[in-house]
Ligand binder design. Structure first.
Ligand code: RAT
Ligand code: ZN
Length: 445
């Protein structure tokens, strides 16, 4: 077949085509296979109230991004938080649909996302009530629907987040929810409590039969290592991950005092003596998601988290002091993006990824991707979906693909301006690097 050369006229369409036809490895989501249970009634009417696989219109509309938005329009003085949380998921979804989609123009990215999902599924987004959508979802079988969504979204591998201190999830792993292994999913051992709240983690570990004390000692360190190895094996996890607050520093600040300092000290000891050695031994990256200030408005629950500017030097120090470890890093604050990008130029063991959470908006994805292309070429992971509800793959990826495509097309245009010849095959190679191989290669490095 003749090679297609890039021209100023065809560049946009060649790029969008290449991105669309490159199956994606989604390297961070909160999605689960059907074997982890689903609260959405399937064709047989079966419901697992605490099931982890979220999908369908009610779950899509009650996404925490939309919960935050509905409370701006109908504030808690009118609809108290408690009243909202006592409503059924279907009632909450009706309230959100009525308030944000019928009575207002659904212009925010989270609202637009719901409409994109409906459109991708061939549903008319102009319905006044949710009945038609509910009928559609009630007819789906979760397993078939999962395949359909993955195909429509162009995603062929979903990376889970598997918080090991979450009792519901833990019990499912222990009960064999992942047997047989669902080849569409990969696990990630999420260990926040070990680094953020060691006394709590130690209490739980002690209950589960590990010889740990509230303060790290040699035995405790060995036991935490044993715990990590056991869970990595159980989950066949492809990396370990943690979300850290904006205040997180490495090494810990000498100015820290009181109980915060004790917790930070224990966290640092566990990081250096348990987590990083096990990562090294298994050749696994540690994923750091930095900048989330949790429960600033606790009554909003998951919707109540906030962003804060973090310390990029902490990442630099980590990469410098632990050259044999690999770090996958994303930061939540827009203000951190440039500095983090420059840091990535210094360290082969640092892979930056994604436009996380409050950054997952078209204007910011485009801005950040352009900057990363200019500073890092194609050596970064431009996006992950962070989907919590399966259906969200149907909007988060198409919306991101458009932004990444626009940024890339402009860069190719600039290159064409120098007289460089470029082909469709080169664009496809870049798409593969950005959407799959930078991540896979970093894992296997
Ligand atoms: O993006 C989100 O949905 C957040 O609530 C968090 O889960 C975040 O992505 C995380 O992984 O900590
Ligand atoms: Zn996440």
């Amino acid at each position: 077949m003749d090679e297609i050369n890039l021209t100023l006229e065809n560049v946009e369409s060649v790029v969008q085509h290449a991105l669309l036809h490159q199956p994606i490895t989604d390297m961070h989501t909160h999605l689960y296979p059907p074997t982890f249970g689903t609260p959405v009634p399937n064709r047989a009417g079966h419901v697992d109230a605490d099931g982890l696989m979220l999908w369908g219109i009610d779950q899509t509309l009650t996404y925490h991004y939309l919960v935050a938005e509905v409370f701006r329009v109908v504030p808690a003085t009118q609809l108290p938080f408690d009243t909202f949380w006592k409503m059924t998921v279907a009632q909450q979804a009706d309230h959100i649909w009525q308030t944000l989609f019928i009575e207002r123009t659904p212009i925010s990215e989270a609202c637009r996302g719901v409409l994109t999902v409906l459109e991708r599924l061939g549903l008319d987004p102009n319905e006044k009530s949710l009945d038609t959508y509910r009928r559609f979802f009630n007819q789906q079988d979760p397993d078939d629907y999962l395949n359909r969504v993955m195909e429509l979204a162009g995603v062929n591998s979903i990376t889970m987040t598997n918080p090991v201190f979450d009792d519901n999830e833990r019990q499912r792993w222990l009960g064999g929810a992942n047997h047989p292994v669902d080849s569409r999913f990969k696990a990630v051992l999420r260990i926040d409590a070990i680094l953020r709240d060691y006394p709590m983690a130690a209490r739980r570990l002690h209950e589960w039969g590990y010889g740990v004390q509230p303060q790290p000692d040699a035995r405790g360190i060995a036991e935490v290592q044993r715990f990590l190895r056991e869970w990595l094996d159980r989950q066949q996890a492809i990396y370990m991950a943690v979300s850290l607050p904006p205040e997180w520093t490495y090494p810990i600040s000498p100015a820290a005092a009181g109980s915060a300092a004790t917790a930070a000290n224990a966290g640092q000891t566990m990081l250096e003596q348990a987590v990083l050695p096990v990562c090294r031994e298994r050749k696994l990256p540690l994923g750091l998601m930095i900048g989330a200030r949790l429960r600033v408005q606790a009554q909003l629950r998951e919707a109540g988290d906030m962003v804060g500017r973090a310390d990029v030097l902490a990442v630099v120090n980590l990469c410098l002091r632990h050259p044999d470890n690999k770090f996958l890093v994303t930061m939540l604050s827009r203000e951190n993006q440039h500095e983090l990008c420059v840091a990535a130029r210094k360290f082969g063991n640092l892979m930056i990824f994604g436009c996380w959470w409050f950054l997952n908006n078209p204007s910011l994805i485009e801005e950040i991707t352009r900057m990363r292309l200019e500073l890092l070429g194609t050596s970064f992971i431009p996006q992950h979906s962070d989907a919590r509800v399966l259906d969200q793959l149907l909007y988060k990826w198409p919306h991101s693909r458009e932004c990444i495509g626009r940024a890339l097309a402009d860069k190719y245009r600039d290159l064409l301006g120098t007289g460089l010849r470029l082909t469709q095959a080169q664009v496809q190679r870049d798409a593969r690097l950005l959407l799959v191989e930078n991540f896979q290669d970093f894992l296997s490095r």
